[in-house]
Design a protein around this ligand. Sequence first.
Ligand SMILES: *Cc1c(COP(=O)(O)O)cnc(C)c1O
Length: 381
Amino acid sequence: MLETFSDLTLFITGPTWIRPEIRAAAGLPEFGHRDSENDKRLIPAMRGLRRLAGLPAEPDGEYELMLLNGSGSTAMEAAVRSLVAPGETILHVPVGAFGESWRAMSLANGKKVETLRFAPGEAIDPGKLDAALAEYRPAVVAVTHNETSTGVVNDHLALCRLIRARGALPLVDGVSIFGGAPVDLAGSGCAFYCTSTQKSLALPAGFGIAFVSAEALEKARSVPDRGFSSDLLRQVERARKFQTLTTPNTALCNQLAVQMDYIVNVEGIENRFARHQRLRDMAHAFLAGLPGFDFFAPQGHRSPTLTGALAPEGWTFATLKKVKEALRPHGWLFDPGYGKLNQELESAGRRVCFRIGHMGDVSEKMLSGYLAALGEMLAES
Ligand SMILES: *Cc1c(COP(=O)(O)O)cnc(C)c1O
């Protein structure tokens, strides 16, 4: 069976390619998650995650960091369940599929939802958001920092200021950007910010990672029916001991500890962010040099961790899937675009979109090799 598993270099937008050292770290010893061995992994790992978020390494009372078993969505659902009280309105501001999915979680949990929606490829317009805040008077607002289905990045700090100015709590989905660009949480006014392990942190999936403000936790005390594992107050009690609420994947804990040591002490946080800028520049130069192709996201809102591209007129989702299969034997996994989005674009007679993931631990050398192969395939398609 094992020989049927292909070792592809992933240029999709998550999960992302994992370094051999991190693959190997999965083989470090398992441990007891209530034992002192847990501290050896999770204390330094959580310190590193705080620094990546632009926070002091030691808990400072402004934000609490929690690792939730599950993935980014687990953290997003926990935020909705713990921070939106009955009768309160949560305003969702989707700019694509992941913003829609967060909205679906609020609806599935019986929350009172209002929606300000932007077309795929657009960023949040602050003027329209301000008007919606004035109209709906939400208690809580959920925005996407980096919309992975389109490659649009929003200015999450400006949005948090705007939302705060109208007296609401801002919740931010930073799943596909955290670890690839600064998020500067300290003093941001953000009430909740989350990510997962399998995107820019370049680990296997398995944790939702949440930063929750002290004020948001205080509010959670008055919100009924927070569930059990979706209860941020239950989660934080364990997180304060650098533990998870329920048994974690100990292989992933080992990998997280090794990866955070690498990010903070070997690569360096600033260098990691700078590398992502260079990878984005490479993807931009590549796309700008392809006749007939265009950027999906507007200038100023192009993600540092993935690039959304519009294929030429006449291309279909099927054309992109053929490109994917043509690259596979060469060891690359191409991203032919977010399925539902491309189906919608195609049936509306619009140009289909594909994505170039350039997040995590991908090097410039790897990306340039991939782009050379991709350029040839696109030219032949
Ligand atoms: C991947 C992703 C999610 C979902 O995260 P999971 O870890 O798969 O639950 C949510 N939001 C964004 C922006 C994402 O990229």
